[in-house]
Write a protein that binds this ligand. Sequence first.
Ligand code: 13P
Length: 252
Amino acid sequence: MRTKIVAGNWKMNKTYKETKALVKELDHSIKDVTLSNTRVIIAPTFVNLQKASKMTRKSVIEVAAQNMHQLDSGAYTGEVSAPMIKAVHVNVVILGHSERREYFGETDALLAQKVDAALKNDLEVIFCFGEVLEDRKSGNHFKVVERQIKNALFHLDSEDWSKIILAYEPVWAIGTGETASPDQAQEMHAFIRELVAERYLSDVAEEVSILYGGSVKPGNAQEIFSKTDVDGGLIGGAALKVDDFMSIIKAI
Ligand code: 13P
């Protein structure tokens, strides 16, 4: 059975103090929830990663990094590497987020290197991709998503895929309040699963969790999560409020 996942991408939000408060509240609230076959992941900023990791050591909540450099060490001012992330007991990293692609120029080729570095260091990857509005309007959305996945992931071996989580995040739905309709999400997720099935064995495609991200809120989570090929969500804004994030977790 595919694992369901609700992951909160905190982006550039929450100071040290605020991180402590939010992790504490989440950990407290989650104790009242029965999670079956479901993982809950939060991704605070780098400076707060170690604290969040320590605070959740005995919790069901897992911690992820939001990015990492493709090399293990070196003269790369301002960067953080996979071994550094692992050293603070964080085992998951988000790669390929559209904000990284758009504002920091991350390309498919670079992301392929980052994915390799993450796997080499035994980090699980939440790999994000998704089309911009013009692609959707011009009917190119399938082509764009296919290219993003192929270029960054299709050099991997079948066994590597146990460490890959896919996250479809249409850029036009991120932080805009506009979501893909549940049917649009299902259509794309089914397309992605088929793509993986064509390249790898069908059990790789059946096992990989595909998350949807883009304005998931307590009010729309249940309907989106009810779709066959939607295995959970990557949540931005709503992951910063305990009540909203908890409602979304309960909707899975
Ligand atoms: P929002 O939920 O704020 O639209 O953000 C989605 C996202 O980018 C998660 O990575």
